[in-house]
Design a protein around this ligand. Structure first.
Ligand SMILES: [Fe+2]
Ligand SMILES: [Fe+2]
Length: 323
């Protein structure tokens, strides 16, 4: 019951109470007072009843709201518990994945290390194979070791100038020395001929490119060497041999070797000719840029001449055991 209602009830009771102190009433007066008192009691009882009903409704409303809040809270709590369970599972899964990942990485590292060792072994074997092949080729062809060493150094310098990574520079270098390895199969009288070769003899000479590629087998270590052996007489304009490949169809390694090999042949003394000067050799190479040679390779080679690298290589090889 609100304070207003309580006050109203008190006022109504007070309005009636003065009648209680009146002089002894007659019977009709008494019944009138009783009637009024009764009506008042009924009114008060009604009001109290209404009030009680309202209070009960209020209580029921509050109870319902509390129940709703409580069930909402319990729902949230359940969701939280589910989420917590899920997070725990996720964390466990993640930890499991990380463990698996770490194991796989370690396995991979072990495999890589094994591969590195195997490659190292292969490389050593390959390099030994190269020196045997070269020995055979030099005996047969009278190609000097100095020619091969200069070609190798030019090739490495050009590859480096073109911005190739260190491993490629090294690979192009050691592969370049096998460019004429197929000449082992070329008959001596043709190889050592001091006169101009006939068409038939030239056809036989051409075969050294194909023979070289075959001799170098199928090991990955000799992949570049095979390309060089096959393609080092191809020309940028497609008029070379044995396949008439042109431009980018020719491997970069072979395009580089082609420039270095021709330059060194021109600037070396051969049974049939005197050695040209470096300037004359370079002029001939420059004149053939875009026809016989890849122009980019030629300009890298020219820049090596401008900064004195070519001259330095020639000097160093000349003063080495091979020169
Ligand atoms: Fe050749
Ligand atoms: Fe050569």
């Amino acid at each position: 019951m609100s304070p207003d209602e309580r006050e109203r009830m008190t006022i109504e009771v007070v309005e009636v109470s003065p009648n209680v102190h009146l002089p002894p009433p007659t019977q009709s007066v008494q019944s009138e007072v009783f009637r009024q008192l009764l009506q008042q009691a009924i009114r008060i009882a009604d009001q109290a009843n209404t009030q009680a009903v309202r209070m009960a409704q209020d209580f029921a409303d509050i109870y319902r709201r509390e129940q709703a809040i409580r069930s909402e809270y319990e729902g949230k709590l359940r969701e939280l518990r589910i989420m917590e369970g899920q997070s725990t599972r996720y964390a466990e899964d993640l930890a499991e994945m990380l463990r698996g990942e770490r194991d796989r990485r370690m396995e991979l590292e072990r495999a890589l290390e094994q591969e590195r060792l195997a490659n190292e072994e292969l490389r050593r074997t390959g390099l030994q194979g190269i020196s045997h092949l070269l020995l055979a080729a030099t005996i047969k062809d009278r190609t000097t070791g100095a020619h091969l060493l200069r070609v190798r150094r030019y090739v490495e310098a050009i590859a480096e100038r073109l911005g190739l990574p260190r491993e490629k520079v090294e690979e192009f270098g050691y592969s370049s020395v096998m460019h004429d390895v197929g000449k082992i199969h070329t008959p001596d009288h043709i190889l050592q001929s001091e006169h101009h070769l006939s068409t038939e003899e030239f056809e036989v000479i051409k075969q050294h490119c194909v023979d070289g590629e075959v001799m170098l087998g199928d090991a990955r270590f000799f992949e570049t060497a095979r390309a060089i052996a096959r393609e080092h007489h191809e020309r940028w304009d497609g008029r070379g041999y044995p396949d008439g490949k042109k431009g980018d169809e020719i491997s970069l390694a072979a395009r580089i070797v082609s420039v270095a090999d021709v330059f060194d042949a021109l600037t070396s003394k051969r049974p049939y000719k005197e050695a040209w000067s470096a300037a004359e050799g370079m002029a001939a190479v420059a004149a053939a840029a875009g026809a016989q040679f890849d122009p980019e390779v030629v300009s890298a080679f020219q820049s090596l001449e401008s900064d004195g690298t070519i001259e330095r290589i020639r000097r160093e090889v000349a003063s080495s055991r091979l020169g």
